[in-house]
Design a protein around this ligand. Sequence first.
Ligand code: KG4
Ligand code: ZN
Length: 340
Amino acid sequence: MRILGIETTCDETAAAVVGVSFDGRGEILSNEVLSQIAEHAAYGGVVPEIAARAHVEVLDRLIARALKKAGCTIKDIDGIAAAAGPGLIGGVLVGLTTAKAMALVTRKPLMAVNHLEAHALTARLTDGVGFPYLLLLASGGHTQLVAVRGVGDYVRIGTTIDDAIGEAFDKVAKLLGLPYPGGPHVEKEAAKGNPERFALPRPMQGRAEPNFSLSGLKTAVRLEAERIAPLTQSDVADLCASFQAAVVDVVVDRTRVALRAFRDIAGHPTALVVAGGVSANGAVRSGLQRLAVETGLRLIAPPLNLCGDNGAMIAWAGLERLRLGLIDDIAAPARARWPL
Ligand code: KG4
Ligand code: ZN
């Protein structure tokens, strides 16, 4: 079985072909990603109209390239999957409409995939992890702790009451004058800094409900930055290191609480899984690895090229759904909002 996956929900245009080997494991046959970072950088964030236009300009060529690199033509494909949301609606429409047109012309099944579900199932593509598992999904738009009990069976245990973790990284980067998207730049600066120089808060730490709140932490960074301005390079590095250390403490604490709640909802987890753009962060991974050891679980974090948005995760989610006969109608809507 080979599935074409298309991703256009934010600022990455992506197309991939994923197959399944004889033992049921996923196989990435191609995975083409074109980032629009350069187009948005001047604005300090993603501009929806620019994103949609950029997807239109490159998607056809990218799909052709993904098919070619996978050594196949559209005739060899068993189904076409596209992210149908959540995301910036103009971009979502570009990918979903393209997938619909291809499905109609070729009479192949269409899978209108939830982008968050695709992040959630990536660990099964890369590591063949079985259900149920605890997922920490941390990206620019979402922060959720989810009990993944099966394909389409997700119970949200915790979420953020304000900023997403990636968003907090991006906002801190912006206020410190670092480029967009901020996460990787904050991590790079943090590596040079002293995480103990600034005593930043650990919002929600110790609370019984496994939710996050990050806007107060971001404000604390801003107040410290204003207090010691003008900032030297080492001030920026120390602020990044202190901020990242606070985030890691909160992530580990909140995930530990979610693990307790998980047992009532889904029994014993097969693994602790992290996904989404923030899962590329080495300090976050190390913190979760410590928690995994403490709780006797395996931590599964995606390889770096599958942490951010990509087509392979959409293709894989489509494949999982097609295997279960979960095919979508050609009228499947594009959705700006679509909770798991
Ligand atoms: O999953 P993703 O590519 O797109 C969304 O669906 O949002 O996540 C992007 C987010 C951005 O906020 C970015 O700053 C953050 O992930 N991010 C990181 C790192 N790499 C990407 N945050 C912290 N450390 C990183 N190394
Ligand atoms: Zn994403």
